[in-house]
Design a protein around this ligand. Structure first.
Ligand code: C2E
Ligand code: CA
Ligand code: CA
Length: 460
């Protein structure tokens, strides 16, 4: 976060706002900022500090940016980008209820101060702000005829808990980042739990290196059971963080954040290394081993380092590639098609198998399956419905069609999240190759997993 200050001017010199602001504008304004009500950041912060001194004023600080601004700039050119930005400024001033003044923090990130109705409850004031934000998003979309154009705003209501202007901007920015994590939410209001959450995640990040060293990061395995025989066809490696007090932190809690910060790469490499090591140990000891699949985070698509890392693991452990599979989630193919294909081709050259994970959970197109060289289709648990362990007739038709299609395209199928005997029986009857889910077994530590593998090998 950029700090604020009045750079060249001491507080005592501020005689009247207008005079000083004009001075700043002369020094710092750019063509883009030459619109009424837009101030250099230092000036803006000073105005806000002054405003915060008067106790009878209810105010909100809005921190907003344009979704996909970089994409618009790159796709349509900077001239269009500048036009979009100018319109954004204009709409902020026009549509935000009680708008007073704004500043650009950097790029398309702006902060704006709005006075709220002193008589109305916070809720009512916030609804009005939300309406303004939605109005801006809609007008930008209509003008630029592009659904990708929208805005993303965080709001901090300035009350006694907000110590100074810097805290107000910081809080509103945290709230904006929460909105940004979603695909469609345009405005999030700062609440204390956002900060607590943020601090918690920061702590997880700083604890990670030691957690890896202390073996708090563990690899659990969940069996994929062959539907016709009951034998274990393979397993999926799923990461667990078990704190020293015994409590677990689950992947959904830390992975999205570690993807943001890039730390997921360390976790993935740790998991891959543990899996290779474990397979090597079993083979050397003459014990039964099965193929294990590992998840590849979207972050790996940004560089080809992962290929070198995996090649290095094959050299280090010397295990046959048929024991190794990788899962790449469906949305990654949509977001980064070219890099996904490149990565898959390189992995397949090493002889490993590739699954498309979470198939059906997003907006994949069936046509895409035609072009991607995958071996296994993992059918997402959404197909099984949320509430019932029984399947409705239309659900059955859809699942059956997906399984048939995959089989015609020479892909094997796994259905995930299978919890009931009815689901298992249906999936088996339509020829789904493998079943993964609590119905058979939850993700468990390595020892328990191989006990399960061996036991079911004997039964079948
Ligand atoms: P995923 O790859 O789709 O993994 C399947 C998730 O479904 C696992 O959650 C598993 O515990 C859960 N699951 C399995 N059977 C059932 C069932 O019958 N019912 C229900 N409701 N859930 C079931 P988990 O282990 O919490 O992992 C969540 C996600 O975190 C994974 O989803 C994967 O995307 C990610 N993840 C886990 N481990 C790693 C890892 O080592 N690296 C990376 N990059 N991502 C990982
Ligand atoms: Ca997976
Ligand atoms: Ca999955």
């Amino acid at each position: 976060m950029r700090g604020y200050g009045l750079e060249n001017i001491g507080r005592e010199e501020i005689a009247g706002k207008e005079q000083i602001f004009n001075k700043y504008e002369l020094v710092k304004e750019t063509a883009m900022d030459r619109l009424k009500g837009i101030y250099p950041y230092g000036t803006f912060m000073h105005m806000l500090e002054e405003d915060m001194k008067s106790e009878d004023k209810k105010m909100a600080l809005v921190y907003a940016d344009i979704r996909n601004f970089r994409y618009i700039n790159e796709r349509f050119g900077y001239e269009i980008g500048d036009r979009l930005l100018r319109m954004f400024y204009r709409l902020i001033r026009k549509c935000l209820k009680g708008f007073q003044y704004l500043s650009r923090v950097y790029s398309d990130n702006i902060v704006a101060v709005c006075y709220m109705d002193n008589e109305a409850a916070d809720e009512e004031n916030l609804i009005l702000l939300q309406e303004g934000i939605n109005d801006i998003a809609l007008k930008l979309q209509t003008k630029f005829m592009n659904k990708k154009v929208s805005i993303c705003a965080g709001v901090c209501v300035i009350d006694a808990d907000v110590a100074d202007a810097q805290t107000a901007v910081y809080n509103a920015n945290l709230a904006r980042k929460e909105a940004k994590k979603t695909k469609s939410i345009t405005m999030v209001v700062y609440e204390k739990n956002i900060k607590a959450n943020y601090n918690y995640k920061m702590k997880l990040a700083s604890d990670l290196p030691l957690a890896i060293k202390n073996k708090e990061i563990k690899v659990y395995y969940q069996p994929k059971v062959q539907s016709t025989t009951g034998r274990v066809a393979g397993g999926e490696a799923l990461v667990r963080w078990q704190k020293q007090d015994g409590s677990f932190v689950y992947p959904d809690e830390f992975i999205p954040y570690f993807e943001e910060s890039g730390l997921i790469v360390d976790i993935d490499y740790y998991v891959y290394n543990e899996v290779f090591k474990s397979i090597k140990a079993r083979l050397e000891a003459g014990l039964m081993a099965v193929p294990v699949s590992m998840n590849i985070s979207r972050v790996h698509l940004e560089s080809s380092e992962i290929i070198l890392y995996i090649k290095g693991l094959f050299q280090k452990y010397g295990i046959p590639p048929e024991y190794i599979e990788f899962e790449l989630t469906e949305s990654v193919y949509m977001e980064n098609y070219d890099n996904a294909i490149k990565l898959i081709r390189e992995l397949k050259r090493m002889g490993v198998k590739i699954s498309m994970d979470d198939f059906g959970s997003g907006y994949s197109s069936l046509n895409m399956l035609n072009n991607i060289p995958i071996d296994v289709l993992k059918i997402d648990k959404v197909f099984l419905g949320n509430n019932s362990k029984m399947l409705g007739s239309s659900q059955k038709i859809i699942i059956q069609s997906v399984v048939e299609m995959a089989s015609k395209l020479h892909m094997r199928t796994v259905c995930e999240g299978v919890e009931s005997s009815e689901q298992n029986a249906f999936l088996t009857s339509i020829g789904c190759d493998m079943i993964q889910g609590y119905y058979y077994e939850r993700p468990v530590p390595e020892n328990s997993f191989y006990e399960y593998v061996v036991k079911h090998e004997k039964i079948s």
